[in-house]
Each structure stands twice: as structure tokens, then as C-alpha cells.
Design a protein around this ligand. Structure first.
Ligand code: NAD
Ligand code: MG
Length: 405
């Protein structure tokens, strides 16, 4: 039995929910994984803590001031006696740690379109890319998948639904569903905290607070994706993500609300077989799967107790109370820059909701208004995507100003 080759890993977004689950799995297998670099946006104290525990070679934080603080703090900490950690800041540093020659794998766990450039850098450097940052793929799907092919990158989905589908498909599935005999992908959704329409009728959605929206019934996640789960925009983003990952169209994917979140998604084959991947809702499972693929390793996750689960329910998604799913379907059907526009408007609207500047039920209205004002353009490179993303953010901010507090 040969010892596994050591994988050197960069973690983009190390202080987040996915980042910390990744570090938890990695720490269970020191013989397999070595942390090369860790990044964070603003939480310098949390990043310091992670540096002391995981001893990366490089740490990246957004601002020069935060980098100076981190650098001083590392020098000042008595227990810090390893090789000095190089502290860097800014966007170029994120790109550098993603394409560094000594790096084998990159965990892309920054939230939002902010993760696009470093994630694309990892793809273009032909890395093994563990993709949690769904917004990057939503914004630049075609470019992203072309780059994966051109540079021989290995793309492993972390999003639990896509990881489940990946597990249910044969290894060669990049040419679409027909050649592998798949009729349909079944994308499961918990339905979010407001899925019960008796408890949360449309009128009551106007009064939802950020904490209510972030109290997800099954998963513990960052605040942005938690709000997306509550509006069903998360399922819309995932629909688009699945179209790119599995080379299919939105009509090949059926969204199935499954409140127990035990089946993480399914593939329906032409012979009538439906393959599902099941497990407790714990992101360490898909993370460990992608880290070790094609092998399997311990993820620290409790085994699934089917007697405790007892039953599995399924129903259709309610696109009347939750129009974001329909907007996402329209965005991917029209294609071009529309998914990037939709995503940017959604990021601005969600941030405004979390800051108490926008009512929960106004999020889809802001997204729709921006999409209407910014019809889709053909994508001939990254520039047009970045320009449309910026324009959509400005339009969304103007919408918010119109709407008032
Ligand atoms: P989070 O908010 O907990 O963490 C985000 C991380 O990104 C943090 O480390 C933060 O410092 C960093 N970051 C934020 N803005 C940045 C910027 N502008 N520049 C550089 N770094 C920045 O988010 P999360 O829940 O861990 O989600 C991360 C990504 O994974 C998202 O795209 C999300 O959709 C996806 N995802 C998360 C889960 C989950 O269970 N949390 C599940 C599936 C997919
Ligand atoms: Mg998901």
C-alpha cells in the first residue's frame, strides 16, 4: 500500500464557512495535505488564528493595513517559530497564490463574483480546482469551461448538489447527458426557511429579518448564501452552475424541493434508474470527496441514520412566492452576459437586505429591474463580463435609492 502523494493546497476564503470545513478535513489527514496559502477579506484576527494552526507559506488579506497588522502579529506571537509566513494583500496576490507552481489544488471558497479572477487563474494554471464559488461559474460559464478544457484543469464541484450529481455520473460526462444515457438531472432544494406557505404567506415575506433569513433549517452557511437559499436564488444559481458543469440546458434539470436535505441530488437514466447521493447535510462530505477524488477519506461526518430520517418528502418549487428561480432560468436561457448581470444585481440586493436597507421580498424586484435595463450581450472575453457586472451593480444601487429604506 503506497503512501498517497502530498497535495499542496491554496484556500481562497479560508475564514468562511467552506474554508473552515476544508481546514477541518485537511487537519484530519496531515500525511495527504499541506496548506500552501490562506486568504481572507477582512477578518485579520481569524486569519492570524488559522496561520498559527495551519502554518501556510503565504497569507493574503484584502488591505495593506490588515496585512501590516497580520505581519506584526505573527512576529509578535511567541509560539510562532516555524518558517516565516509571507503576508501579502490585494487582488494580484490572490491570483498569485492560485497559480503558484508549487500548488496542486485550489479550494475556491470566496463568496461572490469577487472570486472570479483568482479561480480563473487556478483553472488557467491547470490546477485541480475545488469549486465552491458558484458565482464565478454563473458569471463566466462558457469562458470558464473552455479554460478548463484548454488548460487541462481538473474541476471538482463542492456545492453539495453538484457534488452529488458528479458522484452519480460516469467519470466521462463533459459532453452532455445524452452520451451517458441520462434523461434528466434532479436538483434537490431544501426550500429554505420560508418554504412553508401557511406559515410564510407572501405578505409576511415583506417583514423577514436578516436573522430569520439566515436561520437555515438544515445547513449552516455564510450569510450571503443563506439569504440566497431563502429567496431560492441559490437554487437558480445552482441551476446555471449545473448547466455548465454537466453540459446541459435548463430544461434537462428539474428542481425538487426535499425538506429533509438527505438526498443531495440525483441523476435519472434512460433505463428508468434514478441514482441519488445521500448523507447528512455536512459540507465536509463533498469537500472530502473532492479533496481525495478518486479516493475516499474520512471526513469526520456522522454516518446517516435512516431510521432517524424515517421519511423522504418531495414537492415542486413555488416560483410565485420565490421568483428568483424563474429569473435564473430566464438568464441562462438568454445566455451571454445575463447570468452575470443577474448575479451582480443579486449580490447588491442581498447586501442591502442584510444591512437593513431593502425588504426581503424586494430582492427579486431589484434583480428583475436590473436585468430588464441591461439586456444580454454576447460574451467574447472576460472584459464584457466584468463591464456588465460593474454596470449591473451601479443600476442595482440606483434601484435601491429609488426604493428608499
Ligand atoms: P462565507 O461568507 O462564510 O466566507 C466567504 C469567504 O470569502 C471568507 O473567507 C471571506 O473573507 C472571503 N471573501 C469575501 N469577500 C471577499 C472578497 N471581496 N475578496 C476576497 N475574499 C473575500 O461564505 P461561504 O458560506 O463559505 O461560501 C463561500 C462560497 O461557497 C460561496 O460562493 C457559496 O455560494 C459557496 N457554497 C457555500 C456552501 C456552504 O455550506 N457554506 C455550500 C455550497 C456552496
Ligand atoms: Mg448547494
Amino acid at each position: 500500500h503506497e503512501a498517497p502523494a502530498l497535495q499542496r493546497i491554496t484556500i481562497l476564503g479560508a475564514t468562511g464557512s467552506i474554508g473552515s470545513s476544508t481546514l477541518d478535513v485537511i487537519a484530519r489527514h496531515p500525511e495527504r495535505y499541506r496548506v500552501h496559502a490562506l486568504s481572507a477579506a477582512t477578518r485579520h484576527e481569524a486569519l492570524l488564528e488559522l496561520c498559527l494552526t495551519h502554518r501556510p507559506q503565504v497569507a493574503v488579506i484584502a488591505t495593506r493595513e490588515a496585512a501590516a497588522w497580520l505581519s506584526d502579529a505573527l512576529k509578535g506571537v511567541e509560539s510562532y517559530q516555524g518558517t516565516p509566513i509571507e503576508v501579502r494583500h490585494g487582488e494580484q496576490a490572490l491570483v498569485d497564490i492560485s497559480e503558484a507552481p508549487e500548488v496542486d489544488s485550489v479550494m475556491a471558497a470566496i463568496v461572490g463574483a469577487a472570486g472570479l479572477l483568482p479561480t480563473l487563474a487556478a483553472v488557467r494554471a491547470g490546477k485541480r480546482v475545488l469549486l465552491a464559488n458558484k458565482e464565478a461559474l454563473v458569471c463566466a460559464g462558457q469562458l470558464f469551461m473552455d479554460a478548463v478544457k484548454q488548460h487541462g484543469a481538473t474541476l471538482l464541484p463542492i456545492d453539495s448538489e453538484h457534488n452529488a450529481i458528479f458522484q452519480c455520473l460516469p467519470a466521462q460526462h463533459r459532453d452532455g447527458l445524452a452520451p451517458i444515457g441520462v434523461e434528466k438531472l434532479l436538483l434537490t432544494a431544501s426550500g429554505g426557511p420560508f418554504r412553508d406557505d401557511a406559515e410564510w404567506p407572501a405578505e409576511r415575506l415583506a417583514t423577514v429579518t436578516p436573522d430569520e433569513a439566515c436561520a437555515h433549517p438544515n445547513w449552516s452557511m455564510g450569510r450571503k448564501i443563506s439569504v440566497d437559499s431563502a429567496t431560492l436564488m441559490n437554487k437558480g444559481l445552482e441551476l446555471i452552475e449545473a448547466c455548465w458543469l454537466f453540459a446541459c440546458g435548463p430544461d434537462d434539470i428539474q428542481v425538487v424541493v426535499h425538506p429533509q436535505s438527505v438526498i443531495h441530488s440525483m441523476a435519472a437514466y434512460s433505463d428508468g434508474s434514478v441514482l441519488a447521493q445521500m448523507g447528512n447535510p455536512d459540507m465536509r462530505t463533498p469537500i472530502a470527496y473532492a479533496l481525495a477524488w478518486p479516493e475516499r477519506i474520512d471526513a469526520g461526518v456522522e454516518p446517516l441514520d435512516l431510521f432517524q430520517v424515517a421519511r423522504l418528502d418531495f414537492r415542486a418549487a413555488d416560483e410565485t412566492r420565490f421568483p428568483c428561480l424563474r429569473l435564473a432560468r430566464e438568464a441562462i436561457a438568454a445566455g451571454g452576459t445575463w447570468p452575470a448581470v443577474m448575479n451582480a444585481a443579486n449580490e447588491v440586493a442581498v447586501a442591502a437586505f442584510l444591512e437593513g436597507r431593502l425588504a426581503f421580498d424586494r430582492i427579486p424586484a431589484v434583480v428583475q429591474a436590473v436585468m430588464q435595463a441591461r439586456p444580454p450581450l454576447a460574451v467574447d472575453g472576460l472584459e464584457v463580463i466584468l463591464a456588465e457586472d460593474a454596470a449591473a451593480r451601479e443600476l442595482a444601487a440606483a434601484e435601491l435609492a429609488l426604493a428608499g429604506p
